[in-house]
Design a protein around this ligand. Structure first.
Ligand code: BGC
Length: 772
């Protein structure tokens, strides 16, 4: 052999040596290679996995025989009643992890077979209420306690928070969401995530994105302009992801501009990973999407709850080459990156004994802190010992939360009647007996509908009061009437007898108002609802209105704390109450076309959602975004800006003084009016907010904000860029989106290019968007 030949042979031998072990490390040998998962060897573990094992990681094990007819998670196993779990691969040290709902508290079965212990969780004030506190510290505290229950009951990931925009008052799940405004939504959401994840458990921010209705939610195509997507629907997710790094993101059921959210690579790769740098895993909503292979391509890392047929579809796709192993590997890696952080991986010894008493106390104060007083002509607070004529079915049978996966299995709930009694009031016994027997009879007649559950949101009919009213006006000191509404997953609300009051309710309020006012006595109305209702036609008949939303298990106690003045209301609206439903900007296009089972929902209002619409188009609402009363009064003074020309930022400060007679807290809001240049601009947008500490009468607090380029920016669709246009910007400091108390102007000399992003989610069909 000459030298060349020898070299050639050497090359061949080296190549063979390289190839043989590689080739030989087929299915069997890989199984013998068993690195144990840790935080540093994830790629190595992925390389050691068989195809079947990889598919086991990206597809959950299904719900076994616990699958109900409804699309709602419920598994057996280690934590019965949790929504789902991931498969274990013991030979590689990969544990099974557990995922459970939801935004208002941990949803698991409270009782287990052959076990006397109970596993109740705290039903916290629902999202719509909690957000009305505008208090990120409080929300973080609630999150920390909620997350502690997740940890102590052996769950790894809480399927929360829900940060979809409350686009339309009829959305059945608005109770789970925070606001019509994305800035507020994002900051409340990140406080919640930071709180929950401080326990070393994960969250799943949901439903990504444009899941703004329940009607045909699994099919409907949300057709939304790029600017509206970026400025309204994606923005809350972006803020929360940047500020709190949720471990997982749950993709929405619906389609967004022609593709299912879970199959949408624009959404999951270009926006979520590339634009925002998200590094956790994405998971489908339960049974969400259609094409399992497309979900894998698009970077929807995990399918829940999973099941055998999904696994075989993926197996087949790899075998026939439609699914590349690299795509699968990427998805597996994203999941393992999170699994190594979980309590299950760390073999945390959970107690099954969270401190439910301490959590109940926090649930009570958080609910009271968040309620919004819409009207008060001196009727509230009420003196203790006041004799109360308590009307309305939900005064005795309160809806503490909405229905579906966001419903918690709590140990007890406190009704308004009970709360008022414990809070020092005398609730008329004979009226209470009338309502109690009405409710019991109704439940006997309709046993199956005892509790509003998934897809069933039946309200117990109101009593027609008529002659009862005069009697109680004479024997009691004050009337309280509760209007109750419930809604939830799977169906949206209706306009008649839901958004609008029923004839009986209107008549009841009118009669109570007449009878009590005739005797110089007052009427207080409580709203116990998960969503907005009409208030224009009846509010003038009342002396006070307290919006309680759905207050969680301590409901009645929290209501009593406001009514007797133990707590001073400091909540403000996070959604507009229109004068009539038709005034809502999305009224014409909700829930889409055809109306009964919409295939398409055109978001024709564009960026003009909520107060952005009402303010810009001069439509007067019944109660505006950001509005809420207190038992005291606040004065705003001394707004000063650090400069009058914007460069990289502007600092500003102002002072809030309690000029009333009771201690209280105020929510101050900064609305920026940007110049309309190339881009159309809403008349003002919320860019900052802050809640004061408890200010004693006469006490002041200075509030400081810093405005940066991103706070000035709007989305320029043509260039896929956030820009701040040149011109005059007006800073409005307001007690609401209408009640501006202070203002100052600054200038931007030339256009600021704030952030360039990917071109993504371009609508495939024409959409006529509203503009000024
Ligand atoms: C809901 C999700 C929930 C999941 C698991 C779905 O029906 O849309 O919000 O997390 O069920 O229960």
């Amino acid at each position: 052999m000459d030298r060349l030949n020898t070299n050639m042979w050497l090359v061949v031998v080296v190549l063979l040596l390289g190839i043989i072990p590689f080739k030989a490390l087929g299915q069997k040998e890989q199984v013998n290679y068993q690195p144990q998962l840790n935080t540093t060897n994830i790629k190595e573990v992925v390389a050691a996995m068989s195809l079947e094992e990889k598919i086991d990681i990206v597809v959950g094990p299904g719900m076994g025989n616990r699958r109900s007819t409804a699309v709602i998670g419920r598994i057996g196993g280690a934590v019965p009643g949790a929504a789902g779990r991931t498969n274990a691969i013991p030979r590689l040290g990969i544990p099974s992890t557990i995922l459970a709902d939801g935004p208002a508290g941990l949803r698991i079965d409270p009782k287990r077979k052959n076990d006397d212990a109970t596993y109740y969780a705290t039903a916290w004030p629902t999202g719509a209420l909690l957000a009305s506190s505008w208090d990120t510290d409080l929300v973080q505290k609630v999150g920390a306690s909620m997350g502690n229950e997740v940890l102590e009951y052996g769950v790894d990931i809480l399927l929360a928070p829900g940060v979809n925009i409350q686009r339309n008052p009829l959305n059945g799940r608005n109770y789970e969401y925070y606001s019509e405004d994305p800035y507020l939504t994002g900051h409340i959401g990140s406080a919640m995530i930071n709180g929950i994840q401080s326990n070393g458990v994960g969250t799943s921010i949901k439903h990504f994105v444009a899941n703004n209705q329940e009607t045909n939610r699994q099919e409907v195509d949300a057709i939304v302009g790029e600017r509206a997507l970026r400025e309204i629907y994606l923005k809350g997710f972006k803020i929360a992801i940047k500020n709190s790094n949720p471990w997982t993101v749950m993709t929405a059921y619906n389609q967004v501009n022609g593709k299912y959210a879970s199959e949408n690579d624009d959404l999951l790769i270009k926006i979520l990973r590339e634009d925002w740098g998200f590094d956790g895993y994405t998971v489908t909503d339960w049974f969400g999407g259609k094409n399992r292979v497309a979900q894998m391509w698009a970077g929807n890392n995990m399918l829940q709850p999973g099941g055998r047929s999904q696994k075989s579809q993926l197996m087949e796709a790899v075998e026939n080459g439609t699914l590349k192993v690299e795509d699968l590997d990427r998805n597996v890696e994203c999941i393992l990156n999170i699994i190594v952080k979980t309590p299950s991986f760390k073999q945390f010894k959970f107690s099954n004994k969270p401190d439910l008493k301490a959590h109940a106390d926090l649930a009570r104060s958080a609910a009271a802190e968040s309620m919004v007083m819409l009207k008060n002509n001196g009727a509230l607070p009420l003196k203790k010992e006041t004799k109360v004529a308590l009307f309305g079915v939900t005064s005795y049978n309160i809806y503490i939360g909405g229905t579906g996966s966001g419903d918690v299995n709590e140990a007890y709930s406190v009704s308004i009647a009970e709360g008022l009694e414990k809070g020092g009031f005398i609730v008329d016994e004979s009226l209470k007996a009338i309502y109690t027997s009405h409710i019991e009879n109704d439940l006997v007649e309709n046993p199956k509908l005892k509790k509003a559950s998934f897809g069933v949101t039946r309200l117990i009919p109101e009593l027609e009061l008529e002659q009862l009213v005069d009697k109680y006006a004479s024997v009691t000191d004050v009337a309280i009437y509760t209007i109750g509404r419930n809604a939830g997953e799977h169906s949206d609300r209706r306009i008649d007898n839901d958004f609008n009051l029923s004839d009986i309710e209107k008549e009841n309020i009118r009669q109570i108002s007449d009878a009590f006012h005739r005797l110089g006595k007052k009427l207080i109305v409580l709203i116990n609802s998960g969503g907005v209702i009409e208030t224009t036609s009846w509010k003038n008949n009342t002396d006070a209105i307290l919006l309680c939303w759905q207050p969680g298990q301590e409901a009645g106690n929290a209501v009593a704390d406001i009514i007797n003045g133990t707590d001073n209301p400091s909540g403000k609206l996070t959604i507009t109450f229109p004068e009539k439903y038709e005034d809502t900007p999305s009224a014409k296009s909700f829930p889409g076309i055809p109306v009964e089972k919409p295939d398409q929902a055109f978001y024709e209002e564009g960026i003009y959602v909520g107060y952005r619409y009402f303010n810009s188009f001069n439509v007067t609402p019944s109660y505006e975004f950001g509005y809420g009363l207190s038992y005291t009064t606040f004065e705003y003074s001394g707004l000063s800006l650090s400069k009058s020309k914007f460069k990289d930022s502007i600092d500003l400060e102002f002072t809030i003084t309690n000029i009333g007679e009771r201690a209280g807290k105020e929510v101050a809001q900064l609305y920026l009016s940007a110049p309309s240049g190339k881009l159309d601009k809403p008349s003002a947008e919320l860019r900052k907010f802050a809640k004061t500490r408890l200010l004693q009468p006469g006490e002041s607090q200075t509030i400081s904000f810093t405005l940066k380029g991103k706070d000035l920016a709007s989305f320029d669709t043509e260039r896929s860029m956030w820009i701040a246009e040149p011109g005059e910007y007006k800073v409005n400091i307001g007690a609401s989106s209408v009640d501006f108390r202070l203002s100052e102007i600054f200038k931007v000399k030339k256009e600021i290019e704030v952030e360039k992003v990917n071109k993504a989610l371009v609508p495939l069909v024409d959409i006529q968007e509203l503009s000024k």
